[in-house]
Design a protein around this ligand. Structure first.
Ligand SMILES: NC(=O)c1ccc[n+]([C@@H]2O[C@H](COP(=O)([O-])OP(=O)(O)OC[C@H]3O[C@@H](n4cnc5c(N)ncnc54)[C@H](O)[C@@H]3O)[C@@H](O)[C@H]2O)c1
Ligand SMILES: [Zn+2]
Ligand SMILES: [Zn+2]
Length: 366
């Protein structure tokens, strides 16, 4: 099998469209013909790696949606022709997996971010016969045809429009799941959401579904705050430049602190402000990924507050993705309005539109 794919050959380099050979699936793998794939920040962060530290050519992409082309001998959950959304992979054996918390799999890195299967092999070969990294989040879906771990595959109703479903596999389920599952924000509780991008706006929408009380959205772009208001934020805070005043602003707007905060900027100073803007017993959920260390004042730590890491919104994808798709069909979770589409060949333009803030959730079409 051959496929078109977007390959990142070096840090700081562009994505290049190449033809790759796709090796046969193993017994526990599925060949998927992609219809569309969302672009998440986690696909773009490798572009920040200095060239000398970059590991080798790799196909990224972890919000794929498509149609099953073929299955390995031991695959039972899907059959050729099934419509699927692709999410993260997990081992199935560790204590987190046994506790039905797959996004905290002890081997999450091996299965999702090693650039290969856990045994180090890949499914793609380039024109020179050299291996190209695969199995990013079990799927490497910036490729028209990819070999995917069965655990990454979620079967969905074939009446749903596949082109809009891919982002449910990471960014959208993380934002919505943070509110619905990880923090389990109860009806009437107040919630501050720092960063109003794909994760933050999904969280704003989810806050409406669970009936949260005051919902305060924070961003550095007014256009993002306008979107947050459209999807139900009751208050917004424009935070440009130094976020030093942000905690005070949050305490003002909430009248003494929020019950919950959900952090998606990955900016250390914003994380600290979100924490300091909680009530004395509030909980901060952290999903944004940053490079800097975060520090907290000792006095604010000696309190009843909780800091909780959030991965993939505590989703069990086979249950949560169909649930979010159903809410979307009912008009109660309009995440699809955040999508801007690009052909696969315009992946570098899609990245630029995401970075500039023009596109909240770019989706590449095959
Ligand atoms: N934990 C997880 O499971 C998980 C899953 C997906 C993505 N992520 C990470 O979550 C983060 C958010 O992803 P996204 O897709 O929503 O990104 P995004 O770019 O769509 O949204 C981030 C938003 O934060 C705003 N922002 C950035 N710095 C700011 C600052 N200093 N002050 C105020 N606003 C600021 C931006 O304007 C933007 O609107 C990324 O770091 C991504 O890698 C984590
Ligand atoms: Zn596991
Ligand atoms: Zn992601």
């Amino acid at each position: 099998m051959k496929t078109r794919a977007a390959v990142l050959r070096t840090g700081h380099g562009p994505f290049t469209i190449e033809e790759l050979r796709v090796n046969e699936p193993r017994s526990d793998e599925v060949v998927v013909r992609m219809v569309a794939v969302g672009v998440c920040h986690t696909d773009l962060r490798p572009r920040e790696i200095p060239a000398e530290q970059y590991g080798g050519p790799q196909v990224y992409g972890h919000e794929g949606a498509g149609v099953v082309e073929a299955v390995g001998d031991d695959v039972n959950s899907v059959a050729p022709g099934d419509h699927v959304v692709l999410s993260f992979a997990w081992c199935g054996d560790c204590p987190s997996c046994a506790a039905t918390r797959p996004s905290y799999c002890y081997k999450l890195r091996d299965y999702n971010m090693s650039g290969a299967r856990p045994d180090g092999s890949t499914c793609f070969t380039d024109a020179d016969g050299k291996p190209v990294g695969s199995h990013f989040f079990g799927q490497s879906s910036f490729a028209e045809l990819s070999v995917v771990a069965e655990k990454s595959v979620v079967k969905v109703d074939s009446s749903l429009e596949l082109a809009r479903l891919g982002p449910l596999g990471c960014g959208i389920q993380t934002g919505a799941g943070a509110v619905m599952n990880s923090l389990a924000v109860p009806e009437g509780a107040s919630l501050v959401i720092t960063g109003s991008g794909a994760l933050g706006l999904s969280a704003v929408m989810a806050a409406q579904v669970v009936g949260a009380g005051q919902v305060v959205a924070v961003d550095r772009h007014q256009s993002r705050l306008d979107l947050a208001r459209r999807y139900g934020a009751s208050d917004v805070i424009l935070s440009t430049g130094d976020p030093g005043d942000l905690a005070e602003n949050i305490l003002d707007v909430t009248g003494g602190g929020a019950d919950f905060a959900f952090e998606t900027t990955g900016n250390a100073a914003v994380v600290r402000a979100a924490y300091e803007g909680l009530t004395f017993v509030g909980t901060l959920g952290m999903a944004g990924v940053g490079g800097a260390d975060v520090s907290f004042g000792f006095r604010s730590m000696v309190s009843g507050r909780t800091i909780q890491g959030v991965l993939e919104g505590d989703s069990v994808p086979t249950r949560f993705i169909p649930y979010l798709a159903e809410l979307n069909t009912q008009g109660r979770f309009p995440y699809d309005e955040l999508i801007t589409t690009f052909p696969l060949e315009q992946i570098n333009e899609a990245e630029a539109a995401s970075t500039s803030g023009d596109a909240v959730k770019p989706v590449l079409l095959f």
